[in-house]
Design a protein around this ligand. Sequence first.
Ligand code: SF4
Ligand code: SF4
Length: 302
Amino acid sequence: MLTADRVKQRARELGADVCGIGDIRYFADEVPEKDPKMILPSAACVIGCAFRIPNGLFECMAEKRQYVNYLSLGPKFVDEQLAEIFLLRMAAFLENDGWDACVQRRVTNLKAKGDKTQNPEVMDTYELVHAVPVSPDKPAPEVMIDFARAAKACGIGTEGLSGSILTRRFGPRARFVFIITNAPLECDAPMTENLCDGCGACADACPGHAIGAEGRDTWQCSVYYRGAHEGNPYLPDGFLEGDPERERILRGEERFDADSARGMYAKLRFMPDNEGYVPCLCGRACDSACWHHLKEAGKLDV
Ligand code: SF4
Ligand code: SF4
């Protein structure tokens, strides 16, 4: 008989660092466009797994020694390769036992209709503006679950002010995948502790002042993630030469919306991209500041 312990053991064998199982009832008030039951109507639970991103990749960016390995082994490899192989093998494990497994990896370059945010990690995103429901009882495709809410439901993480999902083991230095299944597994308690204490270290660390009381402005972030700031070691002398706003931009004082951010992207090509992922030239300073804060506050299980 398939049990929660067997599922978690298999997840660990296949490379997950953290695994939790969330009761589908936790999503009872979710909007249809993000509801796991709109993906698998017979769903009984959501299995959530986290994969660590090595601390060393963040630390060498913080010291401006190396960026290229975070680009390929941080967001890209975990979300694109590791997650896919892991999810397919977990799905086979569940389906061999007779259950359905709807595997969910992070959708990097698509935005649901009405979602006007950006993903700073990729070259650009596409909003599914033409999506329409095929019947009155269905939401418009694509249904995409809220990863932060799912992590909380599975008891493995909570969203911080920075917008990153914080875990007890890795703080914000982890990536997530989920499996919606009708396997009747014993569920974990949702995470009630809020790891984010509102310290503001993430906001102070961001060179683009992209984090405020309302969270992270993803368009502002997308400009400074690509390196439009004084701390970018690849900045050429002639960068933005003749632009009257050059100094304000470099100091992170200029504000960018979707149009003005996209207008900057072509000027922010300091390193080659990696199959649609852009180099992280802010060093993920927000997440590093958060990790050190959580560690010093004794909130990490390390
Ligand atoms: S530090 Fe980087 S990733 Fe974090 S909010 Fe600022 S620009 Fe975005
Ligand atoms: S740095 Fe502080 S405010 Fe920002 S996400 Fe982490 S705990 Fe929350």
